[in-house]
Design a protein. Structure first.
Length: 375
């Protein structure tokens, strides 16, 4: 009897680690998949998560991670199908709903993304992740889906009427490339060639955009204009956006530019108010400029943005502000209007019209057309 009891106790002791092993294996495999996602290896993450899903079927967390990996890799139908299965298993899980909303947004189905966001808001008003997706729905149409890299090209023409000489036609050609180098980090390089017939400047700018958590975004940029005539020789700039509530964002931009004969520093504080349910936002900025002698000039700008059906956007605004050109600072009165239209999953058409009245210099009426292609 004593031998039988010892045998039973031994079997029970051996059984405990045997039951715990699957949980440890699950956690270890999930950790490996998370590490693959962190280093931007979505293909490896999908392989690992598919394997875990086979070992632990119908696990909502595994399905959420797998669906997110599909989304980051650009496989949107698989991402949506996987996340919908996860939602069937855990219908009240806000993390799954948020991941599904982003997958819908990246796929171009903004109406479905809106439905998921509204459902989360009903369950958990004030949810920070939901507010971030709301802002993406409104202000980041061109940034979704999160392609690894992309190209943008634009051509603009302007009719310029001078106060004391014949009118001319100016042209501006822009070519830009951007790449997502890490989660929330985008690098971009742009070249802008402006031809004013008598003079031509080519400005080259490098920029990094960084998302710092769900509520803060920042950027830094450096630009040079070789053999500059009217543009700056070089400039450095940076800015930050901080969401203080689900409907209010504080904005600040700082820039220093060196021209041939002068230098200027500008600071643009502002606020963006977002009515996400209406798909509308309003941005107001104060524009402050100081020259090398410390003289201060001020201006203000206002802009409205609206999101339409099928991912199209419209914007319009006006501004009066000090602007330095060829080393001379003048007050400019400006009006602008434009928008974007998605032509395909990764192709967006951009168009804009603008009017500038530069005091005691010229009046410019222009338009531009461009394409953005993601890969």
């Amino acid at each position: 009897m004593r031998a039988l009891s010892a045998c039973v106790m031994a079997c029970m002791t051996l059984a405990v680690p045997a039951q715990a092993a699957p949980t440890a294996s699950r956690d270890t495999q999930i950790a490996a998949a998370r590490a693959a996602l962190a280093r931007k290896d979505e293909a490896e993450a999908i392989v690992l998560l598919d394997r875990i899903n086979a070992d632990f079927p119908d696990d909502p967390e595994i399905l959420r991670l797998l669906g997110s990996a599909y989304g980051f890799a650009g496989h949107y139908p698989q991402a949506i199908a996987t996340l919908r299965r996860a939602q069937e298993l855990a219908p009240a899980d806000n993390d799954i709903a948020a991941a599904l909303a982003r997958a819908y947004l990246w796929s171009g189905d903004r109406a479905a993304a809106e439905r998921e966001v509204a459902a989360i808001e009903q369950r958990s008003p004030g949810d920070g992740e939901t507010a971030a997706i709301r802002r993406q729905l409104l202000t980041e149409t061109s940034a979704a889906p999160p392609q690894r890299f992309g190209l943008a090209v634009a051509q603009g023409f302007s009719h310029v009427s001078f106060d004391n000489r014949p009118s001319r036609t100016w042209s501006t050609t822009t070519l830009a490339a951007y790449g997502r180098v890490a989660q929330g980090t985008v690098l971009a390089l742009a070249a802008e060639r402006e031809d004013r017939q008598s003079f031509t400047d080519t400005r080259i700018e490098g920029r990094i955009d960084q998302r710092i958590g769900p509520h803060i975004r920042a950027y830094a940029a450096l630009a040079v204009t070789p053999h500059a005539d009217f543009r700056e020789k070089w400039s450095a700039s940076g800015g930050i956006e901080a969401d203080v509530t689900s409907y209010a964002t504080l904005i600040g931009d700082l820039r220093h530019a060196e021209y041939r004969d002068v230098s200027v520093t500008t600071f643009l504080p502002g606020v963006r108010l977002t009515a996400a349910r209406l798909g509308v936002s309003a941005t107001v900025r104060m524009i402050n400029l100081w020259d090398e002698q410390g003289t201060h000039r001020a201006g203000v700008s206002g802009r409205l943005d609206a999101t339409l059906n099928h991912g199209a956007t419209l914007y319009a605004g006006a501004a009066t502000y000090p602007d330095t050109e060829a080393g001379i600072t003048r007050q400019v009165h400006s009006l602008f209007l434009g928008g974007t239209v998605p032509l395909a999953e990764r192709i967006t058409l951009r168009a804009g019209l603008d009017y500038d009245r530069r005091r005691a210099t010229y009046t410019r009426k222009g338009g531009s057309l461009g394409l953005q292609i993601g890969f």
